[in-house]
Design a protein around this ligand. Structure first.
Ligand SMILES: Nc1ncnc2c1ncn2[C@@H]1O[C@H](COP(=O)(O)OP(=O)(O)OP(=O)(O)O)[C@@H](O)[C@H]1O
Length: 360
């Protein structure tokens, strides 16, 4: 069992970093990856995903804090002794070897018996649809096939503590991506190994992982499954980043169980204590709908976008632009409209953070 624990872990690439936030690529982080979990590190470019992955693999020694695999402190342990597999964004393939030899390489290195190697290589080749090219030299294969070999080499050992993936599907054709994501999930189920997958693509993260760790600006903002991140984003950044379009946020004054949005009172699903920082209500576009003028919160309709599966209206309320669902059959002719929030789905944020209701 290998639980990976980050204890007060922080990374600066500067020689003598100050305490200032901007000096730290990874701010002090405490987190546990449980044994056998499928995790995605998700966040925009530069948020520290690769830094965190490289600390786990040993390519980077953290400036502060400790990294543990189970009870073992591996903060300064060599990459080899950590017993992990890694798959990078661009294929790492030996051109002069055949596909089969490439897949067998990590096992040969470890002195695995020939019959075991044959069996495991066959299994992985089957999963990745490489059986037909097992005897071909890697050199002449397409970029997709080469990255599949790279994935296969990452997956071939069944005795690793963890498998780390850094944007492994970037060079893969979009149609194949779906297939490979389900392949990775299947391998995850079969291997009972911890997988950590770095990506900036929310679809990739949400389909691969059972726990998505959302990062921004060197911090872990929230970790959870797709439903938690969608329904109860812990931070306005997470609400915005997850979903397309992201969650709507509108300034409000909250008092007990009701909120005032630009002079209109609406009900909240719970009661809230007084909050000192700026308060916003967060509502997903599919839990907010356009209504005729005179009902709901007064809004100005800017335009309607037909997305095929649904129509979305862009509206202005309290100096913010919101995306709300247009009910079937509704064809607004005036820019004066109303918006109705689905009360149970309203979240309350103060200073950018989700506020727990009274008694929660
Ligand atoms: N070797 C390095 N030396 C100096 N700064 C670095 C180094 N590696 C990363 N950084 C900086 O640390 C911050 C986090 O980078 P990191 O690569 O971890 O982010 P990321 O989320 O993986 O982004 P991307 O998806 O673009 O790779 C960035 O500001 C980056 O410029």
């Amino acid at each position: 069992m290998t639980t990976i624990t980050l204890e007060n872990l922080a990374q600066s690439y500067l020689k003598s970093p100050s305490k200032a936030d901007e000096d730290w690529a990874l701010k002090e982080t405490n987190f546990t990856f449980r044994h056998g979990g499928a995790y995605a590190l998700l966040g925009p470019s530069g948020c520290g995903k690769t830094t965190l992955l490289n600390i786990i693999s040993g390519l980077v020694v953290p400036t502060r804090g400790r990294l543990k695999f189970g009870d073992r402190d591996v903060t300064h342990a060599s990459t080899v002794s950590r017993n992990i597999s890694q798959v990078f964004q661009f294929p790492v393939v030996y051109d002069t070897m055949t596909v089969g030899e490439n897949l067998a390489f990590p096992l040969r290195n470890r002195g695995v018996a020939a019959d075991k190697i044959k069996q495991r290589v066959g299994q992985i080749a089957e999963l990745l649809d490489l059986t037909a090219v097992l005897d071909k030299k890697a050199r002449n294969l397409t970029p997709d096939a080469r990255q599949k070999i790279s994935l296969g080499r990452g997956l071939v050992r069944s005795d690793v503590s963890a498998i780390l993936f850094d944007e492994p599907l970037t060079v893969i054709d979009p149609a194949l991506k779906w297939e490979l994501r389900s392949t990775l999930k299947a391998v995850h189920r079969e291997l009972d190994v911890t997988m950590v997958y770095v990506t900036h693509d929310q679809t990739e993260a949400l389909t691969f992982a059972d726990t998505v760790v959302v990062m921004s600006d060197g911090r872990v903002l929230q970790s959870g499954n797709a439903e938690e991140l969608y329904e109860r984003p812990a931070h306005t950044f997470v609400g915005n980043f997850i979903g397309s379009p992201g969650m709507n946020f509108v300034p409000a004054k909250v008092s007990g169980r009701s909120a005032d949005i630009a002079g209109t009172a609406i009900a909240l699903p719970h009661t809230y204590a007084a909050m000192s920082d700026a308060v916003e209500l967060g509502v997903r576009p599919n839990y907010a709908r356009l209504a005729e003028a005179g009902s709901g919160i007064p809004a100005r309709l800017i335009r309607i976008e037909d997305l095929g599966r649904m129509r979305l209206a862009r509206v202005r309320i309290a100096d913010r632009t919101l995306s709300v669902t247009v009910p079937d059959g509704m064809t607004p002719e005036s820019e004066t409209a109303g918006v109705i929030f689905d009360t149970p789905r309203i979240n309350v944020y103060s200073g950018g953070r989700l506020v727990a209701p009274d008694g929660a």
